[in-house]
Structure formats: structure tokens, C-alpha cells
Design a protein around this ligand. Structure first.
Ligand SMILES: O=C(NC/C=C/[C@H]1O[C@@H](Sc2ccncc2)[C@H](O)[C@@H]1O)c1cc([N+](=O)[O-])cc(O)c1O
Ligand SMILES: [Mg+2]
Length: 214
């Protein structure tokens, strides 16, 4: 049967990227998406914004929602200090399989744990299963209608501390209007919008950075 887009992306990485070289994995995926098949990776423009926020926060604990093929996982993991706890959640087992191989090709398999399951089920398990008390940095890039329920879940589970940073992809396209309304109007967050474009296109998109105030 026909291969899937994530499988074809993995093949492109294995063919064109140097093992152990995260930059070459990032470039190979961006090249594949620009010249072969569009895919919903955060991309190079928004990826640079992600890089700058991760670098600024220099987190000790990181959570990513929506691994997909591992592109943003590699972008984040390559910037982390040794000993940082990084967990990424992915619902689709086929994506887990591809992501783990792309992360391994970058040589970053020891920097991140890819957990199969849905954020709604796994967020309440973070403390007991992974010994996490609070997250310093959270990247939201999964189902857009899960952004709002999941940020509320973080609050309920006591997983945010004063200064925790949440960065959300796609707040314009496809959009997460209820999430935006919440973080921009809640007195418990300081929010800032980073304008950009939908990956590999000229369509408007952007990322919202929200700092939990405690
Ligand atoms: O739909 C988008 N992203 C949803 C991503 C979903 C990913 O996360 C899990 S869902 C899940 C659920 C619960 N917990 C963990 C993972 C899916 O299996 C997929 O791997 C999207 C769409 C566009 N676009 O242009 O259409 C552009 C983007 O940048 C996007 O991120
Ligand atoms: Mg996205």
C-alpha cells in the first residue's frame, strides 16, 4: 500500500541528512516541505521564533503537545542544556514511530521522551509518571481545539509556576480563537503575539507567547 507523508518525510531525512547533525535534519525536512510535499511542521520562520524563546527561557523542564514527525522536537532538543527533562506527547502511533526515527537520526534520542497518548489523558499523569512538578516551557502545536482545555488542565494540575512560558503555534491559521481570548484576557497571563506566516506559505499566521504570572 502507498506510503504516508510522514514515512516519505522520514525517507528524505535518512537520504539527505547527516546522522547526528540536527541542523541537517531540520534543513532536510524544510527542503522536503518546500520542494516535494507541504507538511504541518512549524517550519523555518516560526521555528526561528521557537528557537529564540527556548534560548531565552533556557528551561529545565519542557513539554511539547503534538510531536507529529518530530521537526519541532529536534529544534527544541538541540538547544537544551544537559540534564533538561523534555517530554513530547503524540496521539497517533504511526507518527510516534516516524518521530522517534527522525529524532534518532538527529542524535537527540537521549534528550527527549516521546510519549504516545492524548494530552487530556497524559497531562494529569506528568507528576506521577515523570516526576515533573512544574514545566518551565510548553509548546502547543496539537489539535487547535485542545489548546484551551489543556491550558486549563495545566492550571488545575498545578503544572505551572510563576514565570512558566507557553508558546502556541497557529493562533491565526488554522487558528485557536478561544485560547487567544483566554490568555489575552486572563489576569494570570502576560501574552505577546509574534506575527509570521503559515509554514512554507505566504499566508498569515503567528505564535502567541504567554507567561504565567502565578
Ligand atoms: O492541525 C494542525 N496541527 C495539529 C497537529 C496534530 C498532531 O498532534 C497529534 S494530536 C494530539 C492530541 C492530543 N495530544 C497530543 C497530540 C496528531 O496526531 C498530530 O501529530 C496544523 C494544521 C496546519 N494547517 O495549515 O492546516 C498547520 C499547522 O502548523 C498545524 O499544527
Ligand atoms: Mg503547527
Amino acid at each position: 500500500t502507498r506510503s504516508t507523508r510522514p514515512q516519505r518525510m522520514l525517507k528524505a531525512v535518512q537520504k539527505n541528512a547527516t546522522k547526528g547533525n540536527p541542523e541537517s535534519v531540520i534543513s532536510a525536512i524544510d527542503y522536503f516541505c518546500k520542494h516535494s510535499e507541504w507538511a504541518m511542521n512549524v517550519g523555518d520562520e516560526k521555528g526561528s521564533i521557537l528557537d529564540s524563546v527556548v534560548t531565552e527561557v533556557n528551561p529545565s523542564t519542557v513539554l511539547e503537545l503534538g510531536t507529529y514527525c518530530g521537526y519541532s522536537t529536534v529544534r527544541i532538543a538541540r538547544l537544551l542544556s544537559p540534564g533538561t527533562k523534555f517530554i513530547t506527547l503524540e496521539f497517533n502511533p504511526a507518527n510516534v514511530t516516524v518521530a522517534r526515527q527522525i529524532i534518532a537520526h538527529a542524535g537527540l534520542q537521549d534528550k527527549v521522551t516521546v510519549v504516545e497518548g492524548s494530552s487530556g489523558d497524559l497531562i494529569p499523569q506528568m507528576k506521577e509518571r515523570f516526576g515533573i512538578t512544574t514545566f518551565d516551557f510548553i509548546f502547543l502545536d496539537h489539535w487547535k481545539d485542545r489548546y484551551l482545555p489543556d491550558i486549563k488542565l495545566f492550571e488545575e494540575c498545578g503544572l505551572l509556576r510563576k514565570g512558566s512560558v507557553l508558546l502556541a503555534d497557529n493562533v491565526i491559521c488554522p487558528g485557536a480563537p478561544e485560547y487567544l481570548e483566554y490568555v489575552r484576557n486572563s489576569p494570570r497571563y502576560e501574552s505577546r503575539y509574534y506575527p509570521a506566516h503559515l509554514e512554507y506559505t505566504t499566508l498569515e499566521d503567528g505564535m502567541e507567547k504567554s507567561v504565567f504570572l502565578g
